[in-house]
Structures are given as structure tokens and as C-alpha cells.
Write a protein that binds this ligand. Sequence first.
Ligand code: GAR
Length: 212
Amino acid sequence: MTPSPLAIAVLISGSGSNLQALLDSRGHGIDYVISLVVSDQSDATGLERARQAGVATEVVSWSKFGSRSEFTEALCETAEASGADAIILAGFMRILSPIAMDHFPDAIINVHPALLPAFPGAHAVEAAIGHGVTLTGVTVHFVDEQVDHGPIILQEAVAVRPDDDAESLHARIQSVEHRVLPEVVSAFSRGELTVQGRYVRWNLTPREATIE
Ligand code: GAR
């Protein structure tokens, strides 16, 4: 019996180039479906990318809620109503309250443009340049109660060139993000990722193997 594909809700705030990578990877041996794209910004370019691909969209505006937990609750309920099994933070620039982990335990994945735990936060690329590091990169990790902190699924380094500015470095970081994020989401969809404390094990036990 063929298992039903994992449904993901993708949360964005801006351009949505990582969302585009997730959209473009569908149907290439990748077994997730995107049940919904949610943005906290009504003018996020990524919303148009979703519409072009025929994927449902919602806007959940931060300003409509009195607290982080109410905002997070609304986001999670919106994602659940779409049938989502997991949430992917793809350039979502708001911090979720810990209640998100009650709704989606070990099922929220974030992509961050630095090698965590270096340079957490919203300006990781500028911070890496400002610090003078010669290597930075991409981290894809499960989200936990702390910001940019949860168990690391995959990291890939990107060299900083002497003449880089934030824009040129971010462009190379993003080309890595666009390759690795669909890879991770796909592995997660197949049940290949197991969280053990701070560690994520990549086991090669496809979901099919457990289904008669
Ligand atoms: C991505 O580079 C992502 O890593 C970063 O925002 C960008 C969104 O680009 N996320 C963070 O900085 C989160 N702390 P996109 O909208 O084109 O996918």
C-alpha cells in the first residue's frame, strides 16, 4: 500500500525563494505535499509564488494578536486546518511561542543562513561578514523552545570571500539552502529522521518498509 505523503505548511515572510525550491522539488521522487503557505506579511512575494503553483495561502498578521502565544496559536490552528503534519519555516521572520511544539512536536523545521550556534537571529549574514569569519553556511534544524537552537539536521559550509558583501554572500548561501531544504523535508517525509536529544539520526528506514 502506498503511504499518503506528508503534508507541510510552509511559513514565509518575504521573497519565498526557499518556498519556490520546495514547490519545484515536488514530483521528483520527493514525497511531500504543500497543504498551505502562510505569511505574516500580506505583501510577501512568496504568496504569489504559491498562488502561481496553485497552493492555498493565508495571511496571519502579527498586529492582529495581543501576544506571541495568541499569534502562534492562530498560526498552528491555520496550519492544522489545512491538514498539515509539519511546519517548515522558510524565511519566516517571527519567533514562535513554545506552544507551537505542543501542536507539532519534532515536526517544525527551520532553515537558517549561518552555521548555528554561530550567528543566530534575523541578521545572520550581516553578522558573519561583520565578525570577519572566513566560513559560514546553512543550518537546517528542528525548532525547539529556544530561538535558532533545536537539534541540527544538516549543515553545509559556505566560504566567505574577501570581496563579499552581505548580498553576494547571501546569494551563495541561498543556492545551498535551495538544494538542502527540499532534501531534508523529503527525508523527514519518508520518516528517515529521528531526534535523540540534541542529535538527529538519519536512518534509512523508509516509511514504506513499515507498511504492509
Ligand atoms: C533565507 O536565507 C533564510 O535562511 C533566512 O531568510 C531567508 C529567506 O529567503 N532566514 C532567517 O534569517 C531566519 N532567521 P527566502 O524568503 O527567499 O526563502
